[in-house]
Design a protein around this ligand. Structure first.
Ligand code: NAP
Ligand code: ZN
Length: 360
């Protein structure tokens, strides 16, 4: 049974929570645990608004424990360090993504793939080892186990880097898995040009690939090509364009948040190509068998990334100067931002300025 708080939850935190599936966010004062021996305490500076936050506040997946304090694209500065923590110091610029805890003992935890641990606990709407419900980054202070904290490279701004902690790692991990980091010159498709999709385009270009965006929004074509560097743009509702794109792509990443069929997307893959699905609509997606078997194609999923990969991703972004295109908002604009995100009206990520005018 999850507890709202436990006896060592003594730190008072100001945050923002949804209390029911209307999804309306209101200020919320709650308690966090004291900084334990393995913990660091973080003054939150920025938190991105991921579409997963929207799925949670609206209970799209039927798993939300209210009140929910969303937020797993967190950047901030360390203010306290536990006695077992050797790799972080007070004042470090750090990030926290989706993961809050894992068992540390299973084959996945031991092989640096703790994102696939079946005991995984998330940064919000999870149940931490002490029995308390986890609360995310829409809050001014976070207490995190240091094993799930990463360093933000000095050259990356904290607002533009925040969405890398979820959007960035979620697209980086399957790209790495499909060997896109070491073999340039592939034809890569990105379905859905939103928070995940836009950073996927930037990464795939930085890794030397030919990138096709597959989108429902013709209005995104010019900026996809001119600002993000995409080579081709296919409007997925235009049959002619979809037909002419058949059997062209080596790897496709599907980042779409809404119900859709994978059939027409699979047709864009060459024989033996791979479709990696990271978007998570509430309803099952259609997976027709013909485009699968006629093209010997594979569909696989991917869930965020490991902590080692997350640090690698941030370092790669630091090297290539990759950040997210963000619209920075104040906490009292969160509801407006969630409404606009639901309407696909954001270029390309809202980021909440949690700490106000705080400077490092
Ligand atoms: P987002 O910013 O809202 O982007 C999603 C994009 O999907 C939109 O920009 C839009 O792109 C496209 N889209 C929206 N409605 C559509 C529809 N009805 N039909 C076809 N395309 C549509 O969302 P996000 O933050 O990138 O997240 C995307 C999804 O990934 C969410 O479901 C989220 O929960 C999931 N996610 C999964 C993981 C993971 O670990 N696997 C991690 C983070 C997020 P166009 O305008 O270009 O069509
Ligand atoms: Zn996310």
């Amino acid at each position: 049974m999850a507890l709202q708080s436990t006896p060592n939850h003594t730190q008072t935190v100001s945050g923002w929570a949804a209390h029911d599936s209307s999804g309306k966010i209101v200020p919320y004062i709650f308690k966090r645990r004291e900084n334990g021996v393995n913990d660091v305490t973080i003054k939150v500076m920025y938190c991105g608004i991921c579409h997963t936050d929207l799925h949670h506040v609206k209970n799209d997946w039927g798993i939300t424990m209210y009140p929910v304090v969303p937020g797993h694209e967190i950047t901030g500065v360390i203010t306290e360090v536990g006695t077992n923590v050797k790799n972080f110091k007070i004042g470090n610029r750090v990030g926290v993504g989706c993961l809050a805890a894992s068992c540390l003992e299973c084959e996945f935890c031991k092989n640096l793939q703790e994102n696939y641990c079946d005991q995984i606990q998330f940064t919000y709407n999870g149940i931490f080892w002490d029995g308390s419900i986890t609360y995310g980054g829409y809050s001014n202070i976070l207490v995190a186990d240091h094993r799930y904290v990463v360093n933000v490279p000095d050259n990356l701004p904290m607002d533009g880097a925040a969405p890398l902690l979820c959007a960035g790692i979620t697209v980086f991990s399957p790209m790495k898995d499909c060997r896109l980091l070491e073999s340039p010159g592939k034809k890569v498709g990105i379905v859905g040009l939103g928070g995940l999709g836009h950073v996927a385009v930037k990464m795939a270009k930085a890794f030397g690939h030919h990138v096709t965006v597959i989108s429902t929004s013709p209005s995104k074509e010019i900026e996809a090509k001119q600002r993000l560097g995409a080579d081709c743009f296919i409007v997925s509702t235009n049959d002619e364009q979809m037909q002419s794109g058949k059997r062209a792509l080596d790897v496709i990443l599907d980042t779409v948040s809404a119900h859709h069929s994978l059939g027409p997307i699979l047709e864009l893959l060459r024989v033996n190509g791979t479709l990696a699905v990271v978007g998570a609509p509430g309803r099952p997606m259609e997976l027709p068998s013909f485009p699968l078997i006629f093209g010997k194609r594979a569909v696989k999923g991917s869930m965020t990334g490991s902590m080692k990969e997350t640090q690698e991703m941030l370092d790669v972004c630091g090297k290539h100067n990759i950040t997210c295109d963000v619209e920075v908002i104040k906490p009292d604009q969160i509801n407006q931002a969630l409404d606009r995100l639901a309407k696909n009206d954001v270029r390309y990520r809202f980021v909440i300025d949690i700490a106000g005018n705080f400077k490092l």
